[in-house]
Ligand binder design. Structure first.
Ligand code: ACO
Length: 432
């Protein structure tokens, strides 16, 4: 429910005396919103392609102030969460609204671990895909297929069903993500190990084989945990809005999350860290950095420095600061001297951070710059990057979906500005 209006906007069409009064609401933080819901009854719709000025819902979960570089989950700054907590604790916070105490945390971790395995039958779905299928294509299909397995918890009006579904999704998504990778490698699926924590278990399922154990490095597990944590929610972005829109029809949550995964797949959304690696490959060698930096600064070249700049964060990306530190730790542990691409990334970062063009435009590295490098250093192939993003974003999607279902909500049904033909008569084939 929106708060009580603080003021009213008065919309007068062509100076007519009878203005339409539109309530203005002020949230606990951020830009006030004008409620235009009653405009339709007055014979007008609003027009805002891309929703650049439109709030689609009210929410208590995440707040972003791009100018100040602030990202809060349930009021807590992302830097403090990254420093003091871990991914599963953040999942609990997003889902329940408050940080867990020790007993609540232990119980939550126990429940998530209980759900890490997927139904054995689900493994057969994978065999229907080509081995060279993009892992996002597989993930989309397999997550959607989960709705066929959990009929026992699909009553969306039942809060207990919603809770179980949220737990199942958070627990099973990394298992499915690792299965997507294993399938593409032609390797057998690796079962989860519940003695490991969430991120370490993911690395185990990715890199162990039946004939060889994978010793999970605590530094890499911590880096993986942070990557999940930093992607957990980002308020009403395209994929989250997709989940909400699909959910507004009453569709089951597994189908809604599959829709979110599909939206995330686009290069304008989840593909940026993949683009960082592609750019590094294009540069190829440290000796080409100079000519590429020239191109990045030349608008006519159409080439941008991928992983720098952000549509929302105009001063800095608070998540990037955390990732930069983690990146340093990972590269120190693994040693970058053997990897020319990682060496190249470090050189490029240094040059861009000192270059006037980037400094003046406040173009800092965003979270994708560092997450791309970290994932590459850990040995995760580029095609898996968006799958990892989807894995981390799942608690955000399911929390936002749950919030919507627990409020009173309407089916999402935008209007349009129609510019096609007015009504005309059908012309028979022989008269055209
Ligand atoms: N490389 C070179 N120049 C850049 C870059 C860049 N990465 N980003 C912005 N600029 C320049 C623009 O050309 C513009 O220059 P001008 O003032 O001389 O005209 C100036 O910086 C300001 O740019 P904006 O137009 O304000 O930036 P915009 O909001 O349109 O773009 C975006 C933001 C799309 C993220 C952009 O910075 C970019 O393309 N970055 C690289 C791609 C990337 O890393 N995307 C991931 C973002 S994070 C995420 O989505 C999860």
């Amino acid at each position: 429910m929106p708060p009580k209006p603080t003021k009213y906007a008065h919309l007068s069409i062509d100076g007519e005396a009878d203005a339409i009064d539109l309530p203005i609401y002020q949230g606990s933080e951020g830009t006030p919103v004008i409620d235009v819901a009653k405009l339709g009854a007055n014979g007008y719709f609003t027009y805002d392609p891309g929703f650049v000025s439109t709030a689609s819902c009210d929410s208590d979960i995440t707040y972003i102030d791009g100018d100040q570089g602030i990202l809060l989950h349930r009021g807590y700054p992302i830097e403090e969460l990254a420093e003091g907590s871990n991914y599963l604790e953040l999942c609990y916070l997003l889902l329940n609204g408050e940080l867990p105490n020790q007993a609540q945390n232990d119980e939550f971790v126990r429940i998530i671990k209980k759900h890490t395995m997927v139904h054995e039958q689900l493994a057969f779905f994978f065999r229907g895909f080509r081995r060279d299928a993009h892992p996002m294509a597989i993930m989309c299909g397999v997550v959607g297929a989960l709705s066929a397995f959990y009929h026992d918890s699909l009553d969306i009006e039942n809060p207990e069903h919603r809770r179980i579904t949220a737990h199942r999704l958070i627990a099973k998504i990394p298992t499915i993500a690792a299965m997507c990778y294993k399938y593409s490698q032609g390797q057998p699926f690796i079962y989860p190990r519940n003695d490991l924590d969430y991120a370490a278990n993911f690395l185990h399922m990715m890199f162990a084989t039946p004939c060889e154990n994978y010793e999970v490095s605590p530094t890499l597990a911590r880096a993986m945990d942070r990557i999940f944590l930093l992607h957990a929610d980002h308020e009403q972005n395209a994929s989250t809005s997709t989940v909400r829109l699909a959910g507004s029809t009453g569709a089951n949550p597994f189908a809604c999350i599959a829709a979110g995964i599909a939206a995330l797949w686009g290069p304008a959304h989840g593909g940026a860290n993949e683009a960082v690696l592609t750019m590094l490959r294009d540069i190829g060698d440290e000796k080409h950095i100079g000519e590429f930096v020239k191109k990045f600064k030349d608008k006519d070249s159409g080439v941008r420095l991928m992983g720098f700049g952000h549509r929302v964060y105009k001063n800095y990306d608070p998540r990037a600061k955390v990732m930069q530190q983690t990146c340093k730790e990972v590269l120190e542990e693994l040693g970058v001297e053997n990897d020319p691409l990682l060496r190249l990334a470090q050189k490029l970062e240094k040059i861009a951070l000192e270059d006037d063009y980037f400094v003046q435009r406040k173009l800092y590295p965003n979270v994708d710059f560092y997450s791309g490098i970290i994932l590459k250093a850990i040995g995760i192939p580029v095609e898996m990057f968006t799958v990892i993003f989807a894995t981390g974003r799942t608690p955000g999607w399911i929390s936002q979906w749950n919030e919507m279902i627990s409020q009173s909500y309407k089916i999402g049904r935008p209007r349009q500005l129609y510019q096609g033909h007015s009504q005309r008569r059908y012309v028979p084939m022989d008269k055209r």
